[in-house]
Design a protein around this ligand. Sequence first.
Ligand code: NAD
Ligand code: WQD
Length: 336
Amino acid sequence: MKVLVTGGAGYIGSHTVLELLNQDIDVVVVDNLVNANVESLKRVEQLTGKPVDFVQADVRDSRALDAVFAEHSISAVIHFAGLKAVGESVAKPLDYYSANVYGSTVLAQAMAAAGVHRMIFSSSATVYGEGAQAPYVETMPRGVTSNPYGTSKAMVEQVLTDVANADPAWSVVLLRYFNPIGAHESGQIGEDPQGIPNNLMPFIAQVAVGRREQLSIFGDDYDTADGTCERDYLHVVDLAKGHVKALQATTHSGTHVYNLGTGTATSVKQMVHAFERVNNVQIPYTIAPRRAGDLAAFWANADKAATELDWRAEKDLADMVRDTWRWQQQNPNGYI
Ligand code: NAD
Ligand code: WQD
């Protein structure tokens, strides 16, 4: 079996490629490298001892996609490619709708033309919207999203649902990730953000390694146990394995939605203290104003993935902070 992985050189994509290869599933990666370094795939090849076919191309380039489908016998597509920075999406909405929504439609058209009808799509817990009550469960409707990034994910969910409704040949899986963190336990692949990290875990890791002076905690006056925001953090290797499970379990027609999270929430302060305790390092921090758009607390109801995919997160918070720190120490400046 061969799978096309778009965005496979990126953070979640590279971990997923590794897990696919470990299951003897062949992989072709299409990535335009706008937010990745091809070194990630070289390391996946070293770790698995297996080759990765790589094509540098944009998912909006239908000719490039047609050539990939013509050259390889692809059974399914795992679609990670897209832009993901929430703040940037507010400033550059067209970039986000183009890469994420238009890119997904071009990809789906190329798949249909090639007779490939299985897609697993990287969606996000953000599609539950601002008013949803945690824990989020898949039976809840999508809510009102608060930024173009989130809206683009909700739009792609709808586009792919419509495609599956129109033609029973399609099997679409929408995986709603909560907050993926961590790195492969080898320390060889991990998250390598460009510039100042937007997300909590890479920021903490860069403070720990001395690239940043201190962490700003965005608000400690939320209605939570310690006043800081709570999220459902899951290990990226668990998340990657969730894709393999979804690939194996969902071959049937229609649209299938799954939360991928642990089902538990951790506060920002708890995360900082876990990182300090497990790794024996200090993370200096200051309390800063709230960040616009942040919700106080949300986490997954992850029962459906457990029941239908036989997937549950296996790694705990200590694994997440330990593996992040190993990756950061071994690669203080990322892949360069
Ligand atoms: P990432 O930026 O590391 O990976 C995305 C990859 O897609 C990168 O390698 C990038 O170079 C590539 N890419 C971007 N635009 C492209 C295009 N037009 N054509 C071809 N390649 C393109 O991000 P990630 O964290 O690995 O996220 C993967 C997917 O999961 C994204 O769709 C993201 O929105 C989604 N997601 C991520 C999170 C998270 O917290 N990391 C949470 C929920 C959903
Ligand atoms: C977590 C908590 C911050 C940085 C984002 C996207 C979401 C999804 C995952 C893609 C929050 C706090 C952060 C810092 C801090 N991505 N924080 N100081 O916002 O839950 O989710 O990534 O789909 O769509 O919105 O994750 O890691 O940015 O923040 O205090 O320097 O850490 O306020 O409470 P978030 P995050």
